[in-house]
Design a protein around this ligand. Structure first.
Ligand code: 13P
Ligand code: SF4
Length: 337
């Protein structure tokens, strides 16, 4: 396909469908483009290992938002999913934000359509809305304060005890927060397809075979999985735990991409992905994994696909992210390198 046709078909395909010479040194090309275009690559821990290794910053949703707000690059290339790139655009509206594949979505963000949420919110007029950052830019316009899995507890605890709260869209994270804070929150019934796939029975059997392994889990997992965990945390929290804990073996219940950084940080420790309910590798996020090195190279070369948002969404949505960043700063969860 030629460039003109590929550009025309971009919305339909989600990415620039152009052939890439298999002999091209993609790492070298991406490094060259970064310098030439003053671009920064921000990658989430769930990206494939090669993408993580070529990124300028790898992190969780909070760290990525903080980096997007602080960078002085002209172009932000977001190796993650659509809502993350939208967040970067809201925080840096004058910068060009690129996403290698526009169809890199999120089942959790999709589980909360703004038109339905608006009606839900109308039924609870005296409630403040706290939304997990894994939601669309439009949902953020209906949100008072965003949160990530790193700062969710600090955000909820920053609110007065008698403040009524709607928490959206992740019911599992919401239930975890209710348990931790003792607060009564109204929950939207959404969930992440990757974190709901873990098998209680198979994890129990795995722990019998690995009695010294610590079982660690992301709070997007279901309550019966979290109840078994030795430690619960965001991707950054889980990574730090594996670095500092003396155990040599860990069973990890989150998207398998994080194992790359865990293994790099602790080469002598053993990391076992928690088993899903069936035999497939379902703890790979199919949305995150739509990004590839070829798509990353093409989007940097041709500066497409680009994230564009209407002004009203940026103006109204960014307030909820700014409030989150302010509370995180106060709670000592500042910019991480
Ligand atoms: P964190 O990396 O912020 O823990 O988020 C996990 C996730 O599911 C991102 O899509
Ligand atoms: Fe969304 Fe879950 Fe994939 Fe994260 S892992 S992008 S929450 S579907």
């Amino acid at each position: 396909m030629d460039l003109a046709t590929a550009s025309q078909k971009l919305q339909h395909n989600g990415f620039l469908d152009l052939d890439v010479n298999p002999e091209l040194d993609l790492v070298a090309e991406i490094q060259r483009l970064k310098k030439e275009k003053n671009a920064v690559i921000l990658a989430h821990y769930y990206q494939e290992s090669e993408i993580q290794d070529v990124a300028d910053y790898i992190g969780d949703s909070l760290g990525l938002s903080q980096q997007a707000a602080a960078t002085d690059a002209d172009i932000i290339v977001f190796a993650g999913v659509h809502f993350m790139a939208e967040t970067a655009k809201m925080l840096s509206p004058n910068k060009k934000v690129l996403l290698p594949d526009l169809k890199a979505g999120c089942s959790l963000a999709d589980s909360c359509p703004p038109h339905l949420f608006r009606k839900f919110k109308e039924k609870h007029p005296d409630h403040i809305v706290v939304s997990y950052i894994n939601c669309t830019a439009e949902l953020k316009t209906l949100t008072d304060i965003c949160c990530t899995s790193t700062n969710a507890l600090a955000i909820i605890e920053s609110l007065p005890k008698d403040q009524k709260i709607i928490f959206a869209p992740d019911k599992n994270l919401g239930q975890y927060l209710i348990k931790k804070t003792g607060r009564d929150m109204v929950l939207w019934n959404g969930a992440c397809m990757v974190h709901e796939i873990f098998s209680h029975e198979r994890i129990v059997k795995l722990r019998v075979r690995h009695p010294n392994a610590k079982f660690i889990a992301h709070p997007e997992c279901e309550p019966h999985i979290l109840d078994m965990a030795d430690f619960i945390g965001s991707t950054t929290g889980l990574l730090k735990y594996t670095i500092h804990d003396a155990s040599q073996e860990f069973i990890v219940a989150t998207e398998a991409g994080i194992l790359h950084q865990m293994q790099k940080s602790s080469p002598h420790k053993t990391f076992i992905p928690a088993p899903p309910t069936n035999q497939c590798a379902c703890n790979d996020c199919p949305h995150m994994k739509r990004n590839t090195m070829e798509k990353l190279y093409l989007c940097m070369e041709y500066e497409q696909p680009e994230i564009l948002l209407p002004d009203w969404i940026i103006e109204q949505g960014v307030k909820s992210i700014d409030r989150m960043l302010e509370i995180s700063e106060k709670a000592g969860l500042g910019l991480k390198g």
